[in-house]
Design a protein around this ligand. Structure first.
Ligand code: CA
Length: 440
């Protein structure tokens, strides 16, 4: 593994810090029950700066005239390694991960006060983890106790996450390459799910097809709980039970993406269980696809984060009027937000190490401008629950179509690249794929 992207990010952070010290711990292990742990995943900020995957590790950055990266990690432990696997140990980790120093995590508390002394600013994610807050408070008090020995505790504590969020918003080449691969794998998983779907199978069987495809191509895990929702279940936005049979004549909505090397992908496709869209299903599907096309067209450098949403809402609201789901004028429906009965969420979110990735959506009062290298989802939908005032033909039809868009350089064409484009989404492409294994 090439660790230079991580050291470049450390340098960029230290350049923004001026003079000061940053303390960035990784995530703690989480007990699942008794002596069994949840699968371990490093803290996203820590991973962003180190690529180091072991628990019980802390990165300390000392910025000033010269920059220093210091890693604290577990010692080598031949006995534990028999049970739990390889540990780098400080010496090998320093070399492999390109840090200036590395020490045993056991020495951290002893060294922390010494490191904090006479630094004007401490960069730390106060409030993220109470154990760490207490540890930092103890170290600060230890420095203050030495004030007569001319040691000064940092006068200022700043949230290192705010600066890192700004960095994480614009992906570097290394991140884009991983996210393209995660998107390709996830698109293959959606194709596999389409091929496997037929009436009588269960939602969990299709979920199993997704998991197979994620894992066989190297994704470590799903990036979030997969939603495999047949028929009316798709009206439940965060449906994850995935335990119902799939019925002839209904749609199946799948929102699922793999996580590769800590980066998420996020795709939603909606398709007919029997491989053919009915007339009303096609009407709603075409509307959502048109809204997505309009939203994607609005993604370009200098547009704002809100622009794709505004474009999608306009198309959806007009379509809801045309389908007689709503009545009145387009302006009226948008003004009163009555469209929210059928489209109640926003059209996208940042995507990266976290599926709902770090980074502000506004700067001050204004929506964030899009910049080349940002990656966001585009996911309009239309969810029609059964109700007396809604045409019966549309009852329980729920459609969402979601892709991942990389904002491209100005003048490079369309303004964005859809990195998940290999998952079919036109009615013709979906029906063609689904007919492949149904003939005969
Ligand atoms: Ca999603």
């Amino acid at each position: 593994m090439d660790f230079s992207p991580f050291s470049k990010r450390r340098t960029r952070l230290m350049e923004q810090m001026g003079r000061g010290i940053a303390v960035i711990p990784t995530a703690p292990e989480q007990v699942r029950n008794r002596d069994t742990q949840h699968p371990y995943r490093a803290d996203s900020y820590f991973h962003y700066l180190t690529g180091f995957g072991e628990p019980e590790a802390v990165l300390i950055l000392v910025a000033g005239v010269s920059h220093r990266s210091i890693l604290f990690c577990r010692d080598k432990d031949p006995d534990r390694e028999v049970w739990d696997g390889f540990r780098w140990g400080p010496d090998a980790a320093r070399e492999a991960y390109g840090c200036d120093e590395a020490h045993s995590i056991k020495t951290l508390d002893g060294k922390l006060a010494e490191l904090l002394a006479d630094q004007p600013t401490l960069w730390f994610s106060l409030g993220q983890e109470s154990g760490w807050d207490a540890r930092i408070a103890a170290a600060l008090n230890a420095v203050r106790a030495q004030e007569r020995a001319d040691k000064q505790a940092p006068a200022e504590i700043r949230d290192v996450r705010a600066t890192l969020d700004g960095m994480r918003l614009v992906k570097d080449d290394n991140e884009i390459a991983i996210m393209r691969r995660a998107a390709t794998i996830s698109a293959a998983a959606h194709r596999r799910a389409m091929r496997a779907t037929r009436p009588g199978r269960h939602e969990y069987e299709i979920e199993a097809e997704l998991l197979h495809e994620f894992r066989i191509h190297g994704c470590q895990a799903p990036a979030y709980s997969s939603i495999v929702a047949g028929g009316a279940n798709a009206c439940i936005l965060h449906y994850v039970m995935n335990n119902q049979p799939l019925k002839d004549g209904e749609l199946l909505l799948i929102d699922a993406g793999g996580e590769l090397d800590s980066y998420a992908s996020d795709i939603t496709r909606t398709f007919p269980v029997n491989g053919r869209f009915s007339g009303p299903q096609a009407d709603v599907y075409s509307l959502v696809l048109d809204a997505q096309t309009a939203a994607i067209a609005a993604i370009k450098p200098e547009a704002t984060f809100l622009d794709p949403h505004t474009a999608a809402v306009k198309v959806l609201a007009q379509g809801m009027l045309d389908l007689k789901l709503l009545h009145g004028s387009l302006d009226g429906v948008i003004e009163s937000e009555s469209y929210k009965r059928f489209y109640m969420h926003r059209t996208g979110h940042w995507l990266g190490l976290d599926v709902h990735d770090a980074g502000p959506y506004k700067s001050g009062e204004a929506w964030r401008q899009l910049l080349p290298g940002m990656i966001l989802t585009v996911e309009p939908g239309c969810y029609i629950r059964a109700a007396d005032d809604v045409p019966a033909a549309f009852h329980n039809i729920a459609v969402r179509i979601e892709d991942d868009a990389l904002v491209t350089e100005p003048g490079s064409g369309s303004g964005s690249e859809i990195i998940t484009h290999e998952a079919p989404k036109t009615i013709a492409d979906i029906e063609a794929l689904m007919s492949e294994n149904r003939n005969g």
